[in-house]
Design a protein around this ligand. Structure first.
Ligand code: ZN
Length: 220
């Protein structure tokens, strides 16, 4: 009855979902452009960070294309409260990584944080459920409070790539003891220039004896 009143629609194409479908329809799912760098030696995404930070592994589930299904999914996740998209993508990527030797030794999964003001306005960090599901699949710990974003930034919608300077993204760590000797998987929604992940990673490296890997929902 609830479904008749509030039919679930596909987060990719907005068509009504069948009872067997969840989050996106089968057709959209088959059309999703996959990145899946873990299937081919992690090189695709790792290249972004060459010479910037030492990384164990880096992978992204999807490719981001303007006006594509990935963009639609991320938009619905971030701005329309569709948090189940994050969980869906997290279960998917997590299952793949759990089968992969490179990602077997992950101890701790940390999502890139939102500034608390922004989090209050949005009501959630769009990366949280993605990160939680990956941690479950990898049987790793999950921590949301250890890495914090200190300064507020305006929505990225109003900024272009060039003005997103590193200085307006300042992160800090709360508990460095917890990190010692750990292999950490840092998780974000989308990687473009890599500046956000790099800034987070620099904090983790500076304050702890850690090994780092990255995973994102999409790569632009
Ligand atoms: Zn669809």
């Amino acid at each position: 009855m609830l479904n008749l009143l509030f039919p679930k629609v596909c987060n990719g194409c907005s068509k009504m979902l069948q009872s067997t479908e969840n989050v996106i329809c089968t057709s959209c799912r088959h059309q999703l452009p996959l990145a899946c760098h873990h299937r081919s030696g992690n090189q695709g995404m790792k290249k972004i960070f060459y010479g910037r930070i030492p990384l164990e592994n880096a992978t992204s589930l999807l490719l981001f294309q303007k006006k594509g299904i990935t963009q639609q999914l991320l938009h619905n996740l971030k701005y329309r409260g569709q948090q189940e998209i994050g969980a869906f993508l997290g279960k998917w990527l997590g299952s793949e990584l759990a089968e992969h030797p490179d990602f077997k030794g992950i101890d701790l999964v940390i999502p890139v944080p939102l500034h608390r003001k922004k989090r209050r306005i949005r009501g959630y960090n769009q990366v949280s459920r993605f990160a939680v599901e990956i941690a479950k699949k990898l049987e790793a710990d999950y921590s949301e409070g250890i890495l914090l974003k200190r300064t507020g930034t305006r929505s990225q919608v109003f900024k272009n790539r060039l003005t997103r300077s590193q200085t307006d993204q300042i992160f800090e760590l709360r508990d460095t003891e917890l990190l010692k000797g750990k292999h950490i998987l840092l998780v974000d929604d989308i990687v473009t220039t890599g500046a956000t992940l790099e800034n987070c990673a620099l904090q983790l490296i500076k304050n702890g004896d850690v090994r780092l890997s990255f995973a994102t929902m999409a790569m632009a």
